[in-house]
Design a binder for this molecule. Structure first.
Ligand SMILES: [Zn+2]
Length: 359
């Protein structure tokens, strides 16, 4: 469990941040922050569990300015040079990363990064090595279970059976998360067929977001290969986030290996650059196993990133680098408490593990 107390969030962190205590007490090392994109202008939030990983443009700007004023924001290339023993990290080093490769990374996030002169490591899936606009299967699945009529159901598709009772928001969310785990056990083709069967079962239309709604496209659409190259031309760095974003701990090891190594090959071919960084999909403690954590090194990556436990002063295993998962509900002082490592030290002091995240 995480310690998330209103007192810490609303009183202690703001007081410490305001007094300048947090960055002065920072521990050595590297803090890596994870974004998942920016809420596109005009998008109306659907659900906290669905949209809670995206921050507003205004909050991103405030966070980047805080990092630049009080920390040393280093580039992805600096991190690679540090990993390869060519340079030391400066004090209070922070790296900015962003997972998934939604279109808003280019349309809404990049302009801000350029204005603030911050270089970001974007972890994208194999979907962004092609020309066809795709979506994230687990977001599509969330919308299916959110919009499905209430009541008992059983869906069987190509050997995957999911059943349960849809009612409250909590029930829908629990069924969705169990289904994410179940569908992570099969390949992308079977996940796609399951989604098609589920939509038919519940009488739902497929999301035709792109032609009709450019805002929805920026929220749910993934970058195409051409757009990925635009990020690279703007000075950003591309890392891999598997081919199809499964929860790797659920997948047979052979398929997990393919997801990790083949995504690197396809993305390198798409951007004509070395892809040296990898981020585990979802990235919480349940999404990896010791066997999965051993794959990126074998696959030729120089570093691999989790999505929890980050902050200055934390251990930095090269293939399980911790990160600070930035969420919409995080205020600026709480963000700084996590970056400077105070939050992680508090968790250790309380003898509790870091909380689970998703993304
Ligand atoms: Zn992700």
């Amino acid at each position: 469990m995480k310690i998330v107390s209103p007192f810490l969030k609303r009183v202690l962190y703001p007081a410490m941040s305001g007094a300048g205590v947090l960055h002065r007490t920072s521990a050595p090392g590297l803090a890596v922050v994870t974004y998942h994109g920016v809420v596109p202008q005009g998008y109306e939030l659907v659900d906290a569990a669905l949209d809670g990983n995206l921050v507003t443009a205004e909050m991103l700007r405030r966070q980047l300015r805080l990092l630049k004023a009080r920390y040393n924001v280093i580039s992805p290339e600096d991190v690679l040079a540090w990993r390869e023993g060519q340079r030391e990290l400066p004090p209070r080093a922070v790296l900015v990363t962003c997972d998934d490769g939604l279109l808003n990374c280019l349309t809404d996030m990049l302009p801000l990064l350029r204005q603030e002169k911050v270089s970001c490591l974007f972890f994208v899936t194999g979907a962004s090595s092609g020309d066809l606009r795709k979506t994230l299967w687990y977001e599509d699945l969330f919308l299916v279970f959110l919009r499905a009529p209430a009541g008992r159901f059983e869906i069987s598709s190509d050997g995957v059976v999911v059943e349960g009772e849809l009612g409250s928001r909590a029930q829908r969310s629990a069924i969705w998360w169990n289904s994410v785990k179940r569908l992570s056990q099969v390949d992308e083709g079977r996940r796609t067929s399951f989604l098609r069967t589920a939509r038919t079962h519940f009488g739902l239309e497929a999301e035709r977001v792109f032609e009709e709604n450019p805002v929805s496209c920026r929220r749910f659409g993934l970058l195409t290969c051409g757009e990925l190259r635009e990020l690279v031309s703007a000075g950003m760095t591309i890392g891999a986030h598997t081919l199809s974003h499964p929860m790797l701990s659920q997948l047979p090891l052979e398929l997990a290996t393919d997801e990790i190594s083949e995504s690197r090959r396809r993305l390198e071919s798409a951007v004509q650059q070395r892809v040296w960084g990898f981020a585990y999909p979802f990235g919480d403690p349940q999404s990896v196993t010791p066997e999965v954590l051993a794959i990126p090194k074998e696959a030729g990556y120089a570093a691999a990133f989790l999505n929890f436990g980050g902050g200055l002063g934390t251990d930095l295993p090269p293939y399980a680098l911790p990160r600070v998962h930035v969420t919409a509900e995080m205020n600026l002082a709480e963000f700084e408490a996590q970056v400077c490592g105070f939050y992680a030290r508090l968790q250790r002091f309380a003898g509790r593990g870091a909380g689970a995240t998703q993304g």
